[in-house]
Design a protein around this ligand. Structure first.
Ligand code: SF4
Length: 394
């Protein structure tokens, strides 16, 4: 179904978009000329991970060219079935860091709260494909148990609400959940991870934004992967949130053949910055089952990154990271800029490849004497591994 086929009122209604998600080859074939590879992928991937996307996102697709970055994110290919030995259902070790239902606690001071299992698109690169799809949503008692864990774990200062897509909860439910999180005194910041601004921007209406801003400081992390997704509707959604004092960051997954060119990444990050959306992370693809064909070699990623840093406003340059398999966390990677170390200087390579000497400081002691005064009586951070908490429970 294309935009021209429905009324403007229906098109702008996020619930209509969700009710009319495209989920089958027949529905997609009405929008694009499906390639044999896509037809095969759609038929064969059913058992692996469902297909689904809003009419809005489908409308961004190139009807004739299967290499379209929107199509490649939403329509499975035959290669999705070529599962390699090293690919995992749970590449980030989330299931082994679950001290309570719905909570993933890997880092000391922050936790993930998985409150919903539905999305407005089922991305072919999704690293949580084992959990999302709308078949087994968390129930009320699981959410309560998750809230109880967050309440009794004071070293958690930040919670990232995710899923699935939390902005698919009704505004009233989300407001209630945010209120209950905000009532936990040690939770300093609340983040929401969502692809809604990319795939169903009409969901970000005045009512939603008013509900979010009541619970500040609230941050939103969204997930644009290609400049083709930077539409006027998406811009309005992001700017509505930013205007309400909600900082919006963006996480991009580096996807081979979709955004794996310097030109494509620069256009995406510059466009986001113009909207006041801060490019935050550029992820190497996780080793999740059925996604090897979408991952980029690490050396290629580093070379692409060298085409960003220094060449464009660094506000537009995200951190390039590998999320360590097994739950080790996000690790920055990138070009090596120090090429030689000497006691008196280091030799660095500039973004243009020129070698420059940076003289070392003579003094070595970096102690901050005033810490003793400023932090007098303040306990040290509790830096235990996140899920260790579960072991302490009676
Ligand atoms: S929106 Fe996020 S959670 Fe949902 S399928 Fe895409 S990447 Fe996965």
């Amino acid at each position: 179904m294309r935009r021209a086929d429905v009324s403007a009122k229906e098109w702008a209604d996020w619930r209509w978009q969700m009710r009319h998600m495209l989920t089958t080859a027949e529905e997609l074939a009405r929008v694009v000329r499906l390639s044999d590879d896509e037809r095969h992928g759609l038929a064969a991937s059913k058992a692996l991970f469902r297909t689904g996307l809003t009419p809005y996102y489908a409308d961004l697709m190139d009807a004739d060219d299967a290499s379209c970055p929107v199509r490649m994110q939403a329509i499975p290919r035959a290669a999705e079935l070529e599962i390699r030995g090293e690919e995992l259902r749970d590449p980030l070790g989330e299931d082994s860091h679950r001290p309570a239902p719905c909570v993933v606690h890997k880092y000391p001071d922050r936790a993930l709260f998985l409150v919903v299992d539905r999305c407005a698109i089922y991305c072919r690169h999704c690293n949580r494909r084992r959990l999302v799809g709308g078949d087994d949503p968390p129930n009320a008692s699981e959410i309560e148990a998750g809230l109880a864990y967050l309440r009794r774990t004071p070293r958690i200062r930040d919670v990232l609400i995710s899923g699935g897509d939390p902005l698919l909860l009704s505004t009233a439910k989300l407001d209630d959940l945010l209120g209950r999180l905000r009532a936990i005194p040690h939770l300093e910041t609340i983040r929401i991870g969502t692809r809604i601004p990319v795939v169903c921007p009409m969901r970000v209406d005045d009512e939603l934004v008013a509900a979010l801003r009541k619970h500040h400081p609230v941050f939103v992390n969204t997930h644009f992967n290609h400049a083709k997704e930077l539409t006027p509707e998406a811009r309005a959604a992001c700017e509505r949130m930013v205007d309400a004092g909600i900082p919006v960051g963006n996480q991009t997954v580096l996807l081979r053949g979709i955004n794996s060119s310097v030109r494509s990444l620069r256009a995406l990050f510059r466009g986001l910055l113009r909207w006041r959306v801060k490019p935050y992370y550029l992820f190497q693809g996780d080793t999740v089952i059925g996604t090897d064909h979408l991952r980029t070699p690490v050396d290629a990623a580093i070379e692409l990154y060298a085409g960003l840093r220094g060449w464009m406003n660094s506000m537009a340059v995200p951190h390039l990271v590998i999320d360590a398999p097994g739950g080790g966390g996000k690790l920055p990677i990138g070009p090596t800029y120090i090429v030689e170390r000497r006691p008196d200087a280091v030799v660095v390579r500039t973004y243009r490849g020129k070698l420059v000497e940076y003289p070392e400081a003579r003094a070595q002691d970096c102690t901050v004497a005033y810490d003793r005064v400023f932090f007098a009586g303040v306990p040290e951070d509790d830096d235990r591994e996140g899920s260790a908490e579960v072991l302490d429970l009676p």
